[in-house]
Design a protein around this ligand. Structure first.
Ligand SMILES: *Cc1c(COP(=O)(O)O)cnc(C)c1O
Length: 498
């Protein structure tokens, strides 16, 4: 299996090269040259397997340059049952009739990013051994909350790696901040920046491409890499859980092998739903991919009209991981749906960076709308949905998941298409305790600190508090540093001790 770039399809690299480089040199994203296909018999054979074996079955098709032993080492390390609060790793829970929730937040940081970021460090160190001749990999992350913590936890104490995370000083939830500032591990560092997420992201990108800085790192036998969802190594682990959820539904007698399902995904950067698209292309019987957005509904409009336009008001919502106007992974979808047209992708991406918008042809728009349906939920819809899911079915969901549930309900109403459906649940409700509590209770009680809010939500709903969040209460804050966005590169040197 070889990979090419969305902006130059003459490029050919191995999986190990795609993963250790992160992004192609001309700015395109790596995509598989062909997409493997699974027969229904093969899918049926996965029903008996545990999550680790299901993961290996899928990854094997994409990582053909990894040996059997290397793959075993990666999946056994990443999905070791003791790191997850469910022995099924990603359990599928029937909530009501054909509504099934795929819980992707049982990992160490209680958000779905763990599903990929527990595996990425293994994929990256194995890839680096094949391609990067013993260099120490320095992972540089700008985060709006979940990615930073999940990457820290994934890379902590991983040999030959160091990880530096920058977060906007006022741009993350109190729980997310605590998760990062108390991070353990010898090879980790965390720093707040005076600025917003875009400032952090732009500064990180500048450091990545600064030849002077790169040369100074090379002298110390170090190189940068990225843990963000433009890296193929973050996308491929996400394909696994769609197969796994389908197998769970067969196991639960909700469907027979071969029956179609719908999938609903709360979307920001378009990574998670793109993984579902790959699963469909591989032969998983998915009828519709439902893309759920919050008030930042640039994707809803794109799927309906064919025009992508980020020139619009930006809303700060209670589902912050979806507050995004540039969905990077859409580039990969455009490449595949246009029949590998790198020239077109180049044109569209140039237009996006110069004018903030682009329009696809009617033909391309129609192809996309056969595959995808788009919808969005506003803040009121999110709160009402959390409240109703809890009242009617005793199921407590977080704000991001609520966006997806609301869009699912609207989709069923408007289309009449109510076949068995998998809705991705992307975070534990306790990561956003205050929002969730105010949805299910009129009297908030004592919420003077984050842990009191957690306790109050627990008292009221009985939903279990994840151990990793409970444990934060007694952890020492290790990282208090704040820097300006102009001083980030100096901070990188300081944190690396060079
Ligand atoms: C990252 C994230 C999302 C969005 O996923 P994408 O792959 O970026 O579309 C949704 N919910 C939560 C909780 C997240 O952390």
């Amino acid at each position: 299996m070889l990979y090419t770039s969305t902006r130059n399809n003459t490029i050919r690299v191995s999986a190990a090269q795609a993963i250790s480089r992160g992004i192609s040199e001309e700015g395109g994203l790596f995509v598989p040259c062909e997409i493997p296909s699974f027969s229904l018999e093969k899918i049926a054979s996965m029903v008996e397997m545990n999550y680790i074996s299901r993961a290996k079955t899928v990854l094997k098709e994409f990582l053909t340059d990894f040996s059997e032993e290397e793959l075993d080492y990666c999946v056994n390390g990443a999905y070791a049952p003791e790191k997850f609060s469910s022995e099924r790793i990603a359990p599928t829970v029937n909530v009501n009739k054909n509504e099934n929730i795929l819980e992707l937040w049982h990992g160490p940081t209680c958000a779905f990013k763990d599903m990929a970021l527990q595996l990425l460090p293994y994929l990256m160190t194995v890839s680096a051994k094949k391609t990067a001749d013993g260099k120490t990999i320095v992972i540089l992350v700008a985060t709006s909350g979940d990615t930073g913590k999940a990457a820290l936890e994934g890379f902590k104490n991983v040999e030959n790696t160091k990880i530096l995370v920058f977060y906007p000083v006022d741009g993350v939830s109190p729980m997310q901040k605590l998760q990062m500032t108390t991070q353990e591990g010898e090879n980790v560092a965390v720093c707040a920046i005076n600025g917003n997420f875009d400032d952090a992201q732009s500064a990180v990108k500048l450091i990545f491409t600064d030849n002077n800085i790169k040369a100074q790192l090379a002298e110390k036998n170090m190189m940068f890499s990225s843990a963000n969802s433009i890296n193929w190594g973050r996308l491929v682990p996400q394909i696994v859980y769609y197969f796994s959820a389908y197998c769970d539904l067969i196991e639960q007698n909700s469907i027979k092998c071969g029956d179609e399902i719908n999938v609903v995904v709360p979307t920001g950067n378009f990574g998670n739903i793109l993984a579902a698209y790959y699963a469909k292309r591989m032969g998983l019987p998915i009828k519709k991919l439902v893309c759920a957005s919050n008030s930042n509904n640039v994707l809803t409009d794109f799927i309906k009209s064919g025009e992508y336009n980020k020139n619009r008001e930006f809303f700060t919502t209670t589902s912050p991981s979806m507050d995004i106007l540039i969905s990077s992974n859409l580039e990969r979808l455009l490449y595949h749906v246009s029949g590998d047209d790198a020239e077109l992708v180049n044109e569209l991406m140039t237009s996006l960076s110069t004018d903030g918008k682009y329009t696809v042809s009617n033909d391309l728009r129609d192809k996309i709308s056969v595959l995808f349906s788009g919808g969005f939920a506003d803040e009121n819809g999110v709160f009402e949905t959390i409240k109703e899911q809890f009242k009617d079915f005793g199921y407590l969901c977080d704000t991001h998941t609520a966006v997806a549930v609301k869009v699912y309900e609207d989709y069923v109403k408007s289309s009449g298409d109510d076949i068995p459906t998998v809705i991705d649940s992307t975070a534990s409700p306790y990561k956003f305790s205050k929002s969730v509590l105010s949805a299910v209770s009129d009297d908030l009680g004592d919420i003077s600190d984050e842990f009191k809010t957690v306790d109050e939500l627990n008292r009221l709903t009985g939903a279990e508090v994840p151990e990793p969040l409970k444990a934060l209460k007694n952890k020492e804050v290790r990282f208090k540093e704040v820097c300006s966005k102009e001083n980030m590169s100096e901070m990188v040197f300081k944190l690396l001790n060079i």
